[in-house]
Write a protein that binds this ligand. Structure first.
Ligand code: ATP
Length: 241
């Protein structure tokens, strides 16, 4: 892709505020995510992680602040920003009456992927152990199967910016491993990855940087290694109170 040079910022969020009526969901987030790196968003329920992700995915507009995705302002150039992103939402996003293969076909059409995307799609389905259910409607899928398919759909077009909101939630160890591989692959081809999760240990495994949100604002940004072990757990706990 050629975007792999180190230290190239692919996500630049400055003083992001998002209001829903009386509720301030995000109140001053600053965040930079770089090519070839993965950043974890950690924080308690309601800290503003998913809302921040939704703004980056172009699903929710920012109330104020500046948000650049792959150099595109999400307000002024929403389509260009969206094209750069692959997004696994925390909930929803799947059509119950459609099969995984139909989801992939639709994603390929919407993304205008050139012919020849099918082998990668099949490979992703196999890696996430969804090959056997590729032609079964998703209505009967377990929560973890739905999570795995959402990661596959986010990764299919090899986006410059990969946004994974709670990708490990309810996912079994093989699914976790496949997700970690998708994160590693994205990093190695020069994408920036953002992972929102409650699982500190997996955040450390998947990411090099951790950003901690509290009450809609960022309260810390640190190396993932500083979050490791008992000392890291204590440091994280102290940021949540
Ligand atoms: N559409 C909405 N309308 C009203 N309030 C909202 C909306 N979306 C989010 N909020 C509120 O904004 C705050 C931040 O929510 P958000 O989902 O971003 O948090 P989160 O860190 O992802 O939480 P969790 O870990 O529980 O997923 C919460 O108080 C939530 O109730």
């Amino acid at each position: 892709m050629g975007e792999g040079e180190p230290d190239r910022a692919l996500v630049e969020v400055r003083d992001l505020h998002v209001r829903f009526g009386e509720v301030e969901a995000v109140g001053g987030v600053h965040l930079t995510a770089y090519a070839g790196r993965a950043t974890a968003l950690l924080g308690r329920n309601g800290a503003g992680k998913s809302t921040t992700m939704r703004v980056l995915a172009g699903v929710v507009p920012p109330t104020s602040g500046s948000v650049l995705v792959a150099g595109h302002d999400v307000r002024r150039h929403p389509m260009a920003a969206k094209r750069a992103v692959g997004y696994c939402p925390d909930v929803g996003g799947l059509v119950p009456r459609a099969t995984p293969w139909e989801h992939l076909q639709l994603a390929a059409r919407l993304r205008r992927l050139p012919t020849g995307w099918e082998p990668r799609a099949r490979d992703l389905l196999e890696r996430f152990e969804l090959g056997d259910v590729a032609h079964r409607v998703t209505a009967g899928f377990s929560h973890g199967m739905g999570r795995r398919l959402s990661v596959v759909l986010a990764a299919l077009h090899e986006p410059q910016v990969l946004l994974l909101d709670e990708p490990f939630d309810g996912v079994d160890p093989l699914g976790v491993e496949a997700t970690l591989e998708v994160v590693a692959d994205a990093r190695s081809r020069g994408a920036a990855v953002l992972v929102s999760t409650h699982l500190r240990e997996l955040a450390i495994e998947a990411c090099s940087t951790v950003s901690v949100l509290r009450g809609g604002a960022q309260v810390a940004e640190m190396s993932a290694l500083d979050m490791a072990g008992e000392e890291g757990a204590r440091a994280y706990r102290s940021l949540l109170d």
